[in-house]
Write a protein that binds this ligand. Structure first.
Ligand code: XMP
Length: 319
C-alpha cells in the first residue's frame, strides 16, 4: 500500500542494509529534494549523515539561515555551512553571458563541495536528491537535446575523480510523493511546497553581470513579492513566481527629487510541467500593492514591471 509512512519505512530498511555503518555525504541546496533526502537519511542512519550547504549569496532572502534553522536546529541534521558569497561574486565579476554564469556557479559549487569533502574522513557514500523525472530527463539528454538549452548544474553529478558510491533514495519517486514523504518526516509544509528555484539561483535572475548590490536588492524585492502572494492566498495557485533584476536605469520621482534607478520585473506563471506556461493573471490591485511596497521600501528601485509573456516563446526565467 502506498502511504508516505510505508514508503519511509521501506526506504529506511533499504538504506540501513545498503549503508551499514558507513558515513554519507549530502549536498544540501535548500530545495525540496535534497531536504527530503536529508530527513530520510537522518531517520535511517542518524549522525552518520553529514551535509554540506553552500551559501552562494545568490539564494532567496535569508534562505541560508532558514536552511540552518530547519535542517540543523529543527531536524537535528549535521550541516556544515560554507559562506561562499565572496567567492561567488568575485568569480562572477565582469561575466555577462547566462551560460557562462551557469558554468561558473555550477563549477564553483563542485570546487567548494570537493574542498569540504576532502576535510572529512572516511566517507564512502554520496547521497543525491535525484527523483524519477530527473532520471527520465537525463536519459533523454544522452540521446537528445534536453540539456542543450540550459545546463542544470544540479543534475548530472560530480566529476569522475570523486570516488564515492552514489545513494539516491528518491530515484523512483515523483515530486508529489517526495513532498508527502517530506511532510511525514517532519519538514515544514512551507518548505516542502515551495516554488522551484533554479540551481544558479539569483545568478540568472540578475540580467548580465552579477553584483552583490544587485543580489541584495533582488532578494528583498523577491521576498516582498512572495510575502504578498502568501498573504493574498495566491502563492499556491501560481506554479512559480519571482522577481528579476534589470540593470537598466529608469527615471522616477522620489520626494522632491528626480531619481534615476534600477528596474524590477515580476514574473509569475501557471504551468503543469514547466515546459509550457501561461503568465499568471494576478489581480491589478495585488500588483499595485507589490509595486508600491518594492518602490517605497527599497532604495535603488524606481520602477516595477510585470512580465506578460507566455512560454513559448519566452522561457520562465529571463536568462
Ligand atoms: P525555463 O526558464 O527554461 O525554466 O522556462 C523552466 C524551469 O526550469 C528552471 N530552471 C533551472 N533550474 N538550473 C535549474 O536547476 C537552471 O539553470 C535552470 N534554468 C531554469 C526554472 O526556474 C523553471 O522552473
Amino acid at each position: 500500500l502506498w502511504t508516505p509512512a510505508n514508503i519511509i519505512d521501506d526506504a529506511t530498511t533499504k538504506l540501513r542494509a545498503q549503508l551499514g555503518d558507513d558515513q554519507v555525504l549530502l549536498g544540501l541546496s535548500g530545495g525540496v529534494d535534497s531536504s527530503v533526502v536529508a530527513a530520510l537519511l537522518k531517520r535511517a542512519i542518524g549522525d552518520r549523515l553529514v551535509c554540506v550547504f553552500v551559501d552562494t549569496g545568490l539564494l532567496r532572502w535569508r534562505e541560508g539561515d532558514q536552511v540552518m534553522a530547519t535542517m540543523a536546529e529543527h531536524m537535528g541534521v549535521r550541516v556544515i555551512r560554507v559562506n561562499a558569497a565572496d567567492r561567488y561574486f568575485a568569480a562572477l565579476a565582469g561575466v555577462q553571458d547566462p551560460e557562462a554564469k551557469r558554468k561558473i556557479i555550477g563549477g564553483l559549487f563542485i570546487d567548494i563541495f570537493e574542498e569540504e569533502a576532502a576535510k572529512l574522513e572516511g566517507i564512502r557514500w554520496l547521497a543525491q536528491g535525484t527523483i524519477y523525472p530527473d532520471v527520465i530527463e537525463s536519459a533523454g539528454s544522452a540521446t537528445g537535446k534536453a540539456h542543450v538549452i540550459k545546463s542544470h548544474h544540479n543534475v548530472g553529478g560530480l566529476p569522475e575523480h570523486m570516488k564515492f558510491q552514489l545513494v539516491e533514495p528518491l530515484r523512483e519517486l515523483f515530486k508529489d510523493e517526495v513532498r508527502r514523504i517530506g511532510v511525514e518526516l517532519g519538514l515544514p509544509r512551507e518548505m516542502v511546497y515551495r516554488h522551484p528555484f533554479p540551481g544558479p539561483g539569483l545568478g540568472v535572475r540578475i540580467l548580465g553581470e552579477v553584483k552583490r548590490e544587485y543580489a541584495e536588492l533582488l532578494a528583498q524585492a523577491d521576498h516582498i513579492f512572495i510575502d504578498e502572494l502568501r498573504k493574498h492566498d495566491l502563492y499556491d495557485v501560481t506554479s512559480q513566481a519571482f522577481a528579476v533584476f534589470l540593470p537598466i536605469k529608469s527615471v522616477g520621482v522620489v520626494g522632491d527629487g528626480r531619481a534615476y534607478e534600477w528596474v524590477i520585473a515580476l514574473r509569475a506563471v501557471e504551468t503543469i510541467d514547466f515546459m509550457t506556461a501561461h503568465w499568471a493573471h494576478l489581480p491589478y490591485e495585488f500588483l499595485d500593492i507589490v509595486s508600491r511596497r518594492i518602490i517605497n521600501e527599497l532604495r535603488g528601485i524606481s520602477r516595477v514591471v510585470y512580465d506578460i509573456s507566455g512560454k513559448p516563446p519566452a522561457t520562465i526565467e529571463w536568462e
